[in-house]
Design a protein around this ligand. Sequence first.
Ligand SMILES: NC(=O)c1ccc[n+]([C@@H]2O[C@H](COP(=O)([O-])OP(=O)(O)OC[C@H]3O[C@@H](n4cnc5c(N)ncnc54)[C@H](OP(=O)(O)O)[C@@H]3O)[C@@H](O)[C@H]2O)c1
Length: 359
Amino acid sequence: MPRKMLITGATGLVGGYFLARMLRNTDADIVVIARPKPKHTAEERINNILRYFGISSCQPRMKVLAGDITEPRCGLSDLTVNSISDGLTDIFHAAADLSFDKSRTETLVETNIKGTENVLQLCPSDTRLFYVSTAYIAGSTHGDFSESDVDCGQSFNNDYEKTKCLAEKMVRDYFRGSDELLTIMRPSIITGEYTSGKTFQFAGFYTVLRVLYSLANSKLPKTIYLPYIPECTKNFIPVDCLSDMIEEIFTTQKLWGTTYNLVNESPVSQFEMQTLFSEVLGLNIRNDDPSLALRPHNAALLESIDWYTAYLQNEPSFQCDNRNKLASSKVQMQFDRKYLETILAFCVQKRWRHSHAVC
Ligand SMILES: NC(=O)c1ccc[n+]([C@@H]2O[C@H](COP(=O)([O-])OP(=O)(O)OC[C@H]3O[C@@H](n4cnc5c(N)ncnc54)[C@H](OP(=O)(O)O)[C@@H]3O)[C@@H](O)[C@H]2O)c1
């Protein structure tokens, strides 16, 4: 019997790559919940994603439903919920709000916690949940953060981390006693494909990259201050490497029922990052001269990426025993000069926008 799966977040990066792979590589029946936008139906938005991947929009085994996970039953009628639930084997829940904006606490709670609860309402008792969490539920943990760690009394750098941690705890509670039905995947910072740099999401780390790129290409002084700690690492995972791991987990029964820190085994240190920025962008980024921050352009830069400062100063050491058992985890995914040049070239070519009209 083919699997019947429900996917959330398919207009986004993780869910979009997952949907494309499920259509290409499985015979599953697929139900997608996506939000309509004022000028585009949910179906048009999903078709745009399929176009990005070069996949035909004529997919008889896929059904797109207009829904919003912040609404009870995701905004779907009882009739629709009954028809989704009938024979549903799996839910892949990737929809989330990824904002670091301090004014968005309410939306973060509504989407990441309440939204996950609403998705669980669609879940018949024997349906498996593949839940996309984040490695950064580790918050401000110093040192190791294992795949079984969840709430270790850590504090959080922002409400995104906090709401994702609370949501992960909630799904664990929901499945307590039937743990084999719950698989949790925790990516680190997702970046463009490893050999091409291709992506359609230019948020998060890309906003920092863009600010530094703009500075490098301006007439402003190239020596700036950033309060980084040289030995602090950053963990980047290219989206194609991540999608290989997610697909392997989702399609291999013996890998279900556990948690994976889907991170890069070789994180890059801030020292190495600043060296790369110096080689590739010609910037001299110093951490030993705070007086530079008094210069207007340096002050403006720091203000524009103030949410990122905490990430310059601490990153947990993500333990990945479960992840290391995946065949797809063995590939090269080093964040080196070649990779930085590749992702930058892609961003510049696309002008830091999703030009494939995913709306
Ligand atoms: N990107 C990263 O670096 C990263 C790192 C670690 C973990 N993660 C996790 O990976 C998952 C996917 O993230 P992503 O990078 O793919 O993010 P993304 O590109 O921003 O996609 C988020 C998706 O969630 C959907 N969504 C948000 N609110 C919704 C709502 N109320 N109802 C229905 N759908 C809603 C969005 O739909 P719209 O298109 O309608 O907005 C979009 O499809 C998230 O759970 C995130 O926490 C991401």
